[in-house]
Design a protein around this ligand. Structure first.
Ligand code: MN
Ligand code: MN
Length: 291
């Protein structure tokens, strides 16, 4: 990795860290999801970074991929467990980081996820088999009496690419990939009071361009045009501001032009906590960009 690349990763990480904590501090009972969504966007832009994906704001048993819809009216409530997961990039060099805000009595669950992340980061070095990270995550979370979510993983990052090849498991059961010097990875242990696996729910607000078949409808063309500025990275329906978008989207999905990220949830009435950092694998060990 050359100095410019590393500087960009570090700058994206520094901005993501600052924005994440500033915005997480505004997550309180009565505050709106849309307010937090818009605040994250504003803060990232005014700090001089770009968005690598829409802020994910996922509540309680929802682990990931929820966010504000165009007409969002939901507010946070006493007792909620809120995951705020944000992404920046500088010239395509991405930072991906998350915290959980506890508006209830889930301190131990949060600690399990946070300590699992720390234990995982401590292991990071070239030639490590990633199942060792999964094993550490699983051991830490189960030591608190909770389960890791086994079908959500961390991932390698590359320029303009959020999930690049390697997955970083949250269990020791799989993962024969090997860390190499200069790899950039996101580690994100999810701790749950539920089943330990997530399923897709009907709700989905986050899309990604995955094809370029010809589009006939003006609204569809408008959506594809607006999505282009994300350069293949995910975007939110809330960003589009296209009249009749909801009529054009099903066709774009069917054509294979768009992919929809459904919300991923554990069983009803369970709670999920997540913490995440982006890390450069160096010969000297982990270089956390989002701290
Ligand atoms: Mn993330
Ligand atoms: Mn991630």
């Amino acid at each position: 990795m050359n100095d410019t690349e590393q500087d960009n990763y570090l700058e994206a990480g520094r901005i993501a860290h600052t924005v994440l904590h500033k915005c997480a501090a505004e997550i309180k009972p009565g505050a709106g999801l849309a307010t937090i969504f818009d605040m994250v966007l504003d803060e990232i832009e005014s700090a001089g970074a770009a968005h690598s994906f829409p802020p994910n704001i996922s509540l309680n048993n929802c682990a990931a991929h929820d966010t504000a819809s165009p007409d969002e009216i939901r507010t946070f409530s006493e007792g909620d467990l809120v995951k705020l997961d944000i992404g920046t990039h500088i010239d395509g060099y991405i930072a991906d980081t998350a915290v959980t805000v506890d508006l209830g009595d889930h301190a131990l669950l949060c600690e399990a996820s946070r300590m699992a992340l720390e234990a995982a980061i401590d292991l990071v070095k070239p030639e490590l088999v990633v199942s060792e990270i999964g094993k550490a995550v699983e051991e830490k979370i189960t030591s608190y009496g909770y389960k890791p979510i086994v079908n959500l993983t961390g991932h390698a990052l590359a320029r303009y690419s959020l999930h690049h090849g390697l997955s970083i498991p949250n269990t020791g059961l799989f993962g024969n990939g090997i860390l190499k010097e200069d790899m950039v990875i996101a580690i994100e242990p999810f701790a749950t009071t539920g089943s330990g696996s997530v399923h897709e729910t009907p709700r989905g607000e986050i899309y990604q361009v995955i094809g370029n078949s010809p589009v006939r409808s003006p609204a569809g063309r408008n959506i594809m045009q607006k999505a282009e500025i994300m350069q293949g990275l995910p975007f939110a329906r809330r960003w589009l501001n296209v009249p009749k978008a909801e009529l054009a989207i099903p066709t774009l999905l069917r054509q294979g032009n768009l992919y929809l990220y459904h919300c991923l949830s554990d069983i009803p009435d369970s709670f999920v906590a997540q913490f995440e950092h982006t890390i450069i694998v160096t010969a000297d060990g982990p270089l956390v960009t989002t701290r």
